[in-house]
Design a protein around this ligand. Structure first.
Ligand SMILES: [Ca+2]
Ligand SMILES: [Ca+2]
Length: 264
């Protein structure tokens, strides 16, 4: 093996090792209350290494949580760029879904489309989490174009195809895509994602393309398991209500006396 290639292979395997081991930290997600509750207790004398290894990769605390994300994607043939901002949620540690306001420019349509992107991903419940998934995008485009040669009075001014007569056109771009990629949690609530999505789109099979994306995500809500219903405090039982009648002016007067508990 050439020396440069061997060095690169070692660097890549080392990087993967660091990622898989959670950068060597067994307390990487202590900013998450569920993770902290599970792993804050002191290590037992026996089994410390096993527990440390488990803590390094365990990302099950994401279950039931949701957040926001932003991302951008590029494609080379045909040239396309995209961006999206939306929300994600974990139905379970292994299954997540996302929906976003998304824009895609370029493609074989050579235009800009704005719409919705949504999808589903399946991954192991680990800090470094390769995933497979899929989703779809539906985008809309509206613009003014020249219409001075279609034998129609497009602007209803009584003149057909006058100089620089314009009309409004509407287009949609739809795509369904399988996706493959990987997540990496920087800490208990911050996630980086890289993926490739194969956009099978409405401009035709010859114009389908790989969309390579990078995403930044942040958990912003605790799991439903953490939801606590705050009830109003119970009525004050230690209050005696005493109603007396003021015989002078015949008005009712209410007095409250706090009950002092007796020593048992
Ligand atoms: Ca006209
Ligand atoms: Ca016309």
């Amino acid at each position: 093996m050439p020396r440069g290639l061997g060095r690169t292979a070692w660097m890549l395997s080392g990087l993967l090792g660091v990622l898989l081991s959670g950068c060597g930290s067994s307390r990487w997600a202590m900013d998450d209350p569920d993770y902290a509750a599970k792993y804050s207790k002191p290590y037992a004398r026996r089994g410390k290494l096993c527990r440390m290894a488990k803590q390094m990769i365990d990302a099950r605390h994401v279950s039931g949580k949701s957040g926001r994300y932003i991302g951008t994607s590029v494609a080379g043939d045909p040239v396309a760029v995209g961006g999206q901002a939306g929300a994600f949620g974990y139905l379970s540690p292994e299954v997540s879904t996302h929906v976003a306001l998304a824009g895609v420019a370029g493609t074989a349509a050579e235009d800009m489309f704005v719409g919705l992107d949504t999808g589903l991903r399946f991954q192991p419940p680990t800090r470094f989490a390769p995933f497979v998934g899929g989703g779809f995008f539906l985008g809309y485009n509206e613009k003014e174009v020249l219409a001075s040669d279609d034998l129609i009075d497009n602007d209803d001014d009584g003149t057909i195809d006058e100089w620089r007569e314009m009309k409004t056109t509407y287009h949609f771009l739809g795509a369904v895509y399988p996706e493959i990629g990987a997540h990496f949690w920087l800490d208990g609530t911050t996630r980086l994602t890289a993926s490739g999505s194969y956009y099978v789109n409405t401009t035709g099979r010859a114009n389908d393309f790989w969309f390579f994306g990078l995403y930044f995500s942040k958990i912003s809500r605790k799991s439903t398991d953490d939801a606590v219903i705050v009830l109003p405090p119970p009525p004050e039982h230690n209050v005696e209500e005493e109603t007396t009648k003021d015989t002078d002016d015949t008005k009712e007067k209410v007095e409250y006396t706090r009950y002092e508990p007796k020593d048992e």
